[in-house]
Design a protein around this ligand. Structure first.
Ligand code: AKG
Ligand code: FE2
Length: 367
């Protein structure tokens, strides 16, 4: 087994660069039939020691919320309460009967899988790094910043607020990505209305604040990993934005941190996963929780595919600051976070490795 010896003459940066410049991604490594992963993918023992979910709580699962009666005035308060409770205690939940046909869920997954299975020459044309608009295919967004690389590749498309040039999208998944963006956005807006009401605000408050306008859609591929005990699919992190809508295929691996345990998030048929991001934890003054989650390296021969859309605000308030919404604050409930600038937020968004400290910890008011 590859043991990591930091004092050896191993030139990590050189190997990382060679991998990056080859543009083959983790999928290319996996398809080449390697049985030993390159050592820059090997994670430190602290990360690897708790990879198995806690068996004593293995039956715990994130809450499932049925949206079918959300427009009925009799049932809506109950659904608002369920979402509020889920966002407060778990920060993660699945929604069912969200209105997106199952055929669309399947086509979206299939199209993203098809992209990742395209020949190297075709995918390489999209291979980029450090973009924040257009379309970018890459392996490990934080490849040069993180301590260890993870076993996944991603196709990212910035869908809004300014519309994407659709021809930039690879043809094999173009229509599906566009359709998914529209569908995921509807689900995000529905959920944001319920979350807004859960805080005692008008249903349309989050929309008015442009919380669903900036959108990044990421089609992840977690190929088969020959040594899944030595690396990660994606390391533990919180999402920076408002909310994330996550669609996954049937291959397991996603886990969320709940009461100090890692809990597997198993897909429910037709379900969509929603999670709260750092920005919403802050503006809700800590009511809603942005929780740590991660994906294990995939030991299944079939790739794990997930399509994740991050929703974020597009317009900052005139003074350039954001913080806990004033409507939520009172003498009994003072702000627990200070206001922060867009600059601070963006630095946190783009500047860090997934393993570094989140904005939430930086702006928490002590005492
Ligand atoms: O692939 C997944 O299920 C999770 C991905 C994720 O957490 C992310 O992209 O932020
Ligand atoms: Fe995430």
């Amino acid at each position: 087994m590859a043991a990591v010896n930091p004092t050896s003459s191993y030139d990590r940066l050189k190997e990382v660069k060679e991998f990056d410049e080859s543009k083959i991604g983790v999928k290319g490594l996996s398809d080449s039939g390697i049985v030993t992963i390159p050592r820059f993918f090997v994670h430190p023992p602290e990360t690897l020691s708790d990879l198995k979910p806690n068996t004593s709580k293995s039956c715990a699962n994130i809450p499932i919320i049925n949206l079918s009666n959300k427009d009925s005035s009799t049932h809506r308060p109950e659904i608002v309460n369920q979402i509020k409770e889920a966002a407060t205690t778990w920060g993660f939940f699945q929604v069912i009967n969200h209105g997106v046909p199952e055929s669309i869920l399947e086509e979206t997954i299939r199209a993203i899988k098809d992209f990742h299975e395209r020949p190297h020459e075709i995918k390489a044309k999209y291979y980029k790094r450090n973009e924040n608009s257009g379309v970018m295919y890459s392996s490990n967004n934080d490849l040069y910043r993180s301590k260890a690389a993870s076993w996944h590749d991603a196709l990212t498309a910035w869908m809004g607020p300014s519309p994407l040039e659709v021809e930039e999208l690879p043809q094999i998944c173009r229509n599906e990505v566009i359709a998914w963006d529209a569908n995921a956005r509807k689900v995000a807006e529905t959920v944001m209305e319920l979350l807004s009401e859960g805080l005692g605000l008008e249903a349309g408050k989050f929309k008015e604040l442009t919380f669903s306008e900036a959108r990044a859609l990421v089609g992840h591929c977690y190929p088969y990993c020959p040594q899944p005990d030595l690396t990660m699919g994606i390391t533990s992190h919180t999402d920076p934005g408002v909310v994330t809508v996550l669609l996954q295929n049937q291959i397991p691996g996603l886990q969320v941190k709940h009461e100090d345990d890692w809990v597997a998030v198993n897909p429910v048929p037709g379900g969509l996963i929603i999670n709260i991001g750092d920005f919403l934890q802050i503006v809700s003054n800590g009511e809603y929780k942005s929780v740590q989650h991660r994906v294990l390296a995939n030991s299944d021969k079939n790739p794990r595919i997930s399509v994740v859309e991050f929703f974020n605000l597009s317009k900052w308030k005139g003074d350039g600051y954001y913080g806990p919404l004033p409507e939520l604050l009172s003498a009994e409930k003072p702000a627990i976070y200070r206001n922060f600038t867009q600059q601070e937020f963006l630095e946190n968004f783009y500047g860090k490795g997934l393993d570094s400290k989140s904005l939430i910890d930086k702006i928490r008011i002590q005492g």
